[in-house]
Design a protein around this ligand. Structure first.
Ligand code: ADP
Ligand code: ADP
Length: 225
């Protein structure tokens, strides 16, 4: 179980850019939480601070009830997916998805079975022996999601994972991602600038503008505001 609390978090980048100010937010265990806002409003900054990839200037981040400001990324049990999946180009889909389990020394037979099952859930089981460059953009993002979820992270963070895909694929994948993370019960923070994506996927969402939280609630509550 994992919840995330941001308590008065500020981020000022070296050089003085104030990216976000006084972010107060609680993301509940098992929730699919969406951060929505235009480009440059601070969404990625918040995600990277949750992942431990970016230092917090003021305030605190709590993971699972423990203060995490100085916790190194590898101790947060976080998996992240970006706009471009950044798969290992010389490894097959299977090789990419197995990699995190090989690193953690999992049993080989069990690891293979897990990868097969997840690839099937993601609809890429027939492509498992192919290299990333032979796949479509949508298939590559499915593989990147598979690689992220295979080691069962406590927290799943996605930064505009569908932005480089065409409209049809975006619609398809947002339904699939929602179903998959809900099935696993993984606490998920999903960043997008696409209002429809946010409204259709979120359990709850936050609207960010110029580094400040404008609104937090269910899509229904936000829509009524
Ligand atoms: P979003 O994800 O909503 O597009 P970002 O979090 O990437 O927003 O950026 C928020 C603000 O912080 C922007 O003004 C951006 O230029 C600035 N910024 C992001 N990363 C850095 C960095 N490493 N150094 C300096 N400024 C940054
Ligand atoms: P996004 O808007 O999707 O977050 P960006 O193109 O704004 O992506 O940022 C891409 C990368 O460049 C990020 O790693 C971010 O930290 C960095 N970056 C963004 N703005 C700045 C900036 N003003 N100075 C330095 N690095 C930046």
């Amino acid at each position: 179980m994992t919840d995330v609390v941001l308590d008065g978090v500020d981020k000022v980048y070296p050089g003085g850019v104030a990216a976000v100010r006084n972010i107060r937010l609680k993301i509940n265990d098992g929730e699919l939480f969406v951060l929505l806002g235009p480009s440059g409003c601070g969404k990625s900054t918040i995600l990277r601070m949750i992942a431990g990839l970016e230092e917090i200037t003021n305030g605190a981040i709590w993971l699972n009830g423990a203060i995490a400001n100085d916790l190194p990324p590898r101790e947060r049990n976080v998996a992240m997916v970006f706009q471009e999946g950044a798969l290992y180009p010389h490894r097959t889909v299977k090789g990419n998805m197995l990699f995190p389990l090989q690193v953690s020394g999992d049993d080989r037979v069990e690891a293979n079975a897990k990868v097969q099952e997840l690839a099937r859930a993601l609809g890429i089981d027939s492509m498992i022996d192919r290299l990333p460059r032979t796949l479509s953009g949508g298939q590559r993002q499915r593989a990147a999601i598979g690689r992220a979820l295979v080691r069962e992270p406590s927290l799943f963070l996605l930064d505009e994972p569908l932005s480089s895909l065409d409209a049809g694929l975006r619609t398809e994948l947002r339904v699939e991602i929602s179903a998959l993370v809900r099935a696993t019960g993984t606490t998920t923070v999903y960043v997008t600038h696409d209002q429809v994506e946010a409204m259709t996927m979120a359990d709850r969402m936050a609207v960010l503008r110029d580094g400040v939280l404008e609104d937090v609630g269910t899509p229904e509550q936000i829509y009524q505001d």
